[in-house]
Design a protein around this ligand. Structure first.
Ligand SMILES: [Zn+2]
Ligand SMILES: [Zn+2]
Length: 232
């Protein structure tokens, strides 16, 4: 290899050399452990509970989802490097860890296809890649599940979501996604798919894509993400 690998956590050369991440840095990562929400996979604060605050208060149409890391400051920095500073190579570490931590879960679900959450083409142009597609392709290859990156499309840029209420946010997002007609035809008979994204926070992106897919005959939608917010 010409260039030594950068650690997705400290952004320096991963030590010992040849590793995907530094041994020392790995200790700073917070993996989602039990108890976690049975619906969205967010870590929760009690074994007495089944669902997180969000999932007790609103209905999500996907079957369920899981995530690997808690979206804390360490992961925030890592994902920012990955998405906004061209650190494509971090995908390999995320995929590796997802296979280790969630591979069994994904095999158990056995989705017919893995679908990355799309980004708008103007973003694709500036970023050069869709982070979710890199993750989906990596997972698909490792777990031998077909990936269809062309089915979901991002029609338009979404207005800044911060000032919007949950309902407005979802409505706004629902209009932002579409399905590619040709790809859709190739999926006749497919019912179970798994969406892939880098971060799950409010779940509105996953929900918007789920509702769109369900309106077109897919009836079991799962998701998986690299990181997720806390559910309490
Ligand atoms: Zn490091
Ligand atoms: Zn939840």
């Amino acid at each position: 290899m010409l260039y030594p690998r950068r650690c997705p956590i400290c952004a320096d050369i991963a030590m010992p050399k040849g590793n995907l991440a530094c041994d020392i840095c790995r200790e700073r990562l917070t993996y989602v452990g039990e108890p976690y929400c049975m619906k969205c996979g967010k870590p929760i604060d009690s074994f007495e509970k089944e669902y997180c605050y969000d999932c007790t208060h609103k209905r999500h149409h996907y079957v369920r989802g899981r995530a690997l890391f808690v979206y804390d400051d360490v992961m925030r920095k890592s994902i920012a490097g990955f998405k906004f500073h061209g650190k494509k190579e971090y995908a390999r570490f995320y995929v590796d860890e997802m296979c280790r931590g969630l591979g069994e879960y994904i095999r158990y679900i056995a989705p017919d296809y893995i679908l990355p959450i799309p980004i708008h083409k103007s973003k694709l142009r500036t970023r050069g890649f869709n982070q979710a597609e890199l993750l989906a392709r990596g997972l698909g290859k490792r777990l031998s599940i077909p990936v269809l990156p062309k089915l979901l499309i991002r029609n338009r840029k979404t207005a800044p979501q911060k000032e919007l209420s949950d309902v407005e946010r979802l409505r706004n997002l629902e209009k932002a996604f579409g399905l590619d007609k040709r790809a859709l035809r190739s999926m006749a008979g497919v019912r179970r798919v798994m969406l892939v994204d880098d971060i799950y926070t409010t779940g509105s992106t996953i929900e918007a894509c789920t509702k769109l897919l369900m309106a077109h005959g897919f009836n079991e939608i799962y998701f998986i993400s690299v990181c997720i917010g806390k559910g309490y």
